[in-house]
Design a binder for this molecule. Structure first.
Ligand code: ASP
Ligand code: MG
Length: 430
């Protein structure tokens, strides 16, 4: 039995043209694979709006969140209006969307930062509404086109820990859920349209897998359903050799290894969620990244096949450099930075780079600015206190930095070229 997981991002479900493409890809692949599982994100920008509304609800700003919910509703109803749906399907879908938004509003009304329920837990109760709406719209579109599309909430499939805002799946339990709740439907010829991004704890509290987490959903489902391939359909032609908005000669990279793509995702190519790669690599499930608007193009193929040695891509990411003259061990400092970031952002954010001088008297860390300006300020304050406790004389320096990363297999074998490239990069950036 060959299973294909198709993951559609926010841009493909956010516009009528994207939806038309999605439909033609699904109809085409449905002929070629035994089983098809779809994963969808919220319409692009909707998760940001839901998050903003949730924050307003936590502040009891009723007018603010109601206005946002009205905007979100209008957007979805306009999309439904433009899709080629029959009158009964359209009416049922509109009612479905209204019910979801109504339930969400009811949660907003009762939201307040209470002692029993933390803000991240509240937020996870509502923020998956974008995916729920998108899955219902896509399923209706499939049904209109003679496929048995059914929207499925991943809260019934993906069991996670209780790290709200950045939950980790429990793979054995998720596999069990998938084989009892999902695969029997697929055997009956149903094409499930599964909400990306969300899961639930064993006691049914909604969780999310971190921003951009729908990719991760696709890889969790792939592993737990023994899929043959995962396709991420996005609005770019594949993994690129550089950011095409910054570098004219950026090209699509035809094939990459799991390690290369994991590095790329980690170091700033925002196309894939960094956590999606490890489970695929472990099960050797290939991943394709393709443009939803140009399905005839091969995109990027990611597998464990050895790739050509040499440079494949350059990324640049904005970060904050933290530098200290310190006599203790670097590990103590790294742990401190990590711990504060985790506490401040509510999810685990790694120190991206840590370096030390051989005498251990000088340490540098880089943390991504995507941790948010507030997080960085609070981190600065928290560190000042901790470092003062460690050693009164630690001078702590912070400055914005750009991390430039060159990615490719066995670059180390090419010392001369690497040295030349680094020299050129340094030249350009200093
Ligand atoms: N809609 C979610 C987000 O914006 C998940 C995703 O798009 O992958 O983070
Ligand atoms: Mg994404």
């Amino acid at each position: 039995m060959s299973t294909l997981i198709l993951k559609f991002g926010g841009l493909s479900v956010g516009m009528t043209t994207g939806m038309t493409q999605l439909l033609s890809i699904v109809l085409h692949q449905h002929e070629r694979w035994d089983r098809l599982l779809l994963v969808v994100s919220a319409l692009d920008g909707v998760t940001d709006q839901l998050l903003e509304a949730a924050h307003l609800a936590l502040l009891n700003n009723q007018r603010g969140y109601r206005r946002l919910v009205a905007t979100i509703r209008t957007r979805h109803l306009a999309l439904i209006e433009h899709l080629p749906l029959g009158a009964p399907e359209r009416a049922a879908l509109q009612a479905d969307i209204d019910r979801l938004l109504f339930d969400m509003l009811a949660t907003y009304e009762s939201m307040s930062a209470s002692e029993q329920i933390s803000a991240p837990e509240w937020i996870d109760r509502v923020i998956g509404t974008g995916e729920r709406m998108a899955a219902r719209i896509v399923a209706a579109l499939l049904r209109q086109n003679k496929l048995r599309g059914v929207a499925i909430d991943a809260t019934d499939l993906i069991i996670t820990d209780a790290a709200f805002g950045g939950a980790q799946p429990d793979f054995p339990r998720t596999r069990e859920q998938i084989s009892t709740n999902l695969l029997p439907l697929v055997e009956r010829g149903i094409v499930p349209v599964i909400t990306g991004f969300i899961g639930a704890t064993p006691d049914a509290k909604p969780t999310t897998l971190g921003r951009g987490g729908s990719d991760y959903t696709a890889s969790i489902l792939a592993v737990c359903s023994d899929a043959a391939e995962v396709w991420v359909l996005t609005d770019v032609d594949g993994m690129m050799s550089a950011d095409p908005r910054e570098i004219d000669g950026a090209r699509v990279i035809p094939s990459l290894s799991y390690s290369e793509v994991a590095e790329l995702a980690y170091f700033g190519a925002k196309i894939l969620h960094p956590r999606m790669i490890a489970p695929l690599r472990e099960r050797r499930i290939p991943l394709r990244v393709r443009n939803v608007f140009k399905p005839q193009q091969p995109g990027t193929f990611i597998s464990d096949a050895p790739t050509q040695a040499g440079f494949k891509a350059v990324t640049s990411i904005q970060g904050l450099g933290l530098r200290a003259q310190h006599s203790g061990s670097i590990a103590t400092l790294a742990a401190l930075v990590d711990q504060h970031l985790a506490a401040l952002t509510g999810s685990h954010t790694d120190v991206m780079i840590a370096a030390q001088s051989s005498e251990q008297s000088f340490v540098t860390f880089v943390i991504p600015t995507s941790a948010g300006p507030d997080a960085l300020h609070s981190l600065q304050d928290a560190l000042a206190i901790d470092l003062a406790a460690l050693d009164q004389r630690v001078p702590w320096l912070m400055q914005p930095v750009s991390v430039i990363t060159v990615i490719g297999a066995r670059i180390g074998d090419q010392h001369a070229r690497t040295a030349r490239l680094l020299a050129a990069l340094v030249d350009q950036h200093l």
